[in-house]
Write a protein that binds this ligand. Structure first.
Ligand SMILES: Nc1ncnc2c1ncn2[C@@H]1O[C@H](COP(=O)(O)OP(=O)(O)OP(=O)(O)O)[C@@H](O)[C@H]1O
Ligand SMILES: Nc1ncnc2c1ncn2[C@@H]1O[C@H](COP(=O)(O)OP(=O)(O)OP(=O)(O)O)[C@@H](O)[C@H]1O
Ligand SMILES: [Mg+2]
Ligand SMILES: [Mg+2]
Lengths: 256, 256
């Protein structure tokens, strides 16, 4: 049954959506059946894939609230082996709406259970926060992929992120592990980027992926065309870096 | 009495902390008395200013919970006219802890009321979310400063942000207005940046600031030295751009 990966980091703008979309694209091209679930009310995953959010009545919100069966919220992305559950603004209200509800942390996990055998990988694109939706994602996940921007301020939240993963592992989900740390927006022009990578290697020696994703203007342009990197910039440096990371993660998950 | 500015955008990594810190620095150098309140559990404001968070027992969390008087949480930044209330990880728990509490949206507003006359500007650095703390900040604010990254995905959340500002204006805080939209990380190498600026000018014709902040490696290095831009890179393009924006905002607030 499918491996559930939470793509998470509470620091904003570090490349969670870009990593989730492009790693899923690379997994799907290698014939893995992939489902991407957007857990962020901003809904950037659908946009990045050129999937319209007009008339979106069945989204991650309805799945977590339990008002629609998860299977009915699944839509195609027009790439083979690659499905999506899009997010809408409504998702930012679930924390308050479910505050009194029993087993609220397991809503996503229980919903995913019914479709898990249809996919090899289920990726959860998380919001920049450690709130209710992120805890739901960690409770549902087998493993966590941590995109980390090669910038100084991105280091600050690492201990807190590790702490919450440990707490969820102890209380809600004993099978939770860390799959990998993906260094993003690596800018070779500055010493700082390498210093950040060295620091992260000390913090996550086993989990850090060896290939950093370089900062690339084309990576920030691709979403405006609704295209993934291998579609928009097939020979680009960020594209080949994501391909190497995808192959690394496939080996770590024993999916080869 | 002091003008309260919420520095806000639910999109992550768009330059909220960088803008809050550097605009405050420029206001303080022009002899305005400034207080920066970090409303983000990541606590990047203190780090950006070289202020230690060791033994931080009086932070934004205690202020919102009401367990410490706000005056006791104020600390100096070693720059004249510039004080700080730092944030700690504890802040990410307030939404659940205060869910049953009366007038919970007004906690920050009521706390600020007692020190408001000591400052000309009180800046609130918000987290990348539209949750409880952000609503508290909007309820306390006179006006909103919106940093907006010149990238395609940053456009997606604009309508939602405007929507929540309107809703808070109607229900919690009728005096709330928009002070300005600051375009950040403008990269002249790509057409996309100018297209984003043009789009934002259509959406916020009156509020957009004319000077975009250029993308600059030195801007991302300054926090690692605990320095503001005018201290780390006094002649830099991002530094002079923030100076122009600060002067523009001072005129808009009638503080000249
Ligand atoms: N390697 C890269 N080089 C340059 N720009 C990039 C790269 N990866 C992502 N970007 C751009 O940086 C911005 C932030 O990336 P993205 O939205 O994926 O981050 P995120 O962590 O999902 O943000 P949020 O915290 O808001 O969910 C986007 O505009 C994206 O297009
Ligand atoms: N003009 C700029 N040029 C280059 N890098 C910048 C610029 N402004 C900010 N940065 C860097 O971009 C990253 C994101 O900026 P910052 O942390 O201020 O954004 P934020 O919106 O506060 O993020 P969050 O959503 O996590 O609170 C930081 O590493 C910062 O140093
Ligand atoms: Mg995202
Ligand atoms: Mg910030």
């Amino acid at each position: 049954a499918g491996i559930v990966i939470a793509c998470m980091n509470q620091k904003g703008g570090v490349g969670k959506t870009t990593s989730a979309v492009n790693l899923c694209g690379e997994f799907a091209r290698r014939n893995l059946r992939v489902l991407l679930i957007d857990c962020d009310a901003q809904g950037n995953a659908a946009t990045s894939l050129g999937v319209s959010k007009k008339n979106l009545t069945k989204s991650t919100y309805e799945v977590i609230m339990g008002t629609e069966p998860i299977a009915s919220a699944i839509q195609p992305t027009n790439r083979p082996n690659f499905d999506l559950i899009a997010a809408s603004e409504r998702l930012s209200g679930v924390q308050v709406e479910l505050v009194d509800s029993d087993r609220r942390e397991y809503r996503l996990s229980e919903a995913i259970a019914s479709i898990r055998t249809k996919y090899d990988v289920i990726m959860l694109d998380c919001p920049p926060a450690l709130g209710f939706v992120s805890v739901n994602a960690l409770a549902a996940a087998n493993t966590v992929c941590i995109p980390l921007q090669c910038e100084f301020l991105a280091l600050e939240g690492l201990a807190q992120l590790k702490n919450i993963i440990d707490r969820v592992h102890e209380s809600l989900n004993p099978k939770l592990s860390i799959l990998g740390v993906v260094m993003t927006m690596y800018d070779g022009r500055t010493n700082l980027a390498q210093q950040v990578v060295d620091e992260v290697r000390r913090f996550f020696p086993v989990h850090i992926c060896n290939t950093p994703i370089p900062r690339s203007v084309r990576a920030s342009e691709a979403p405006s065309y609704g295209q993934m990197l291998y579609e928009y910039d097939p020979e680009g440096r960020a594209t080949t870096a994501y391909q190497r990371v995808a192959e690394d993660l496939i080996v770590r998950m024993n999916l080869k």
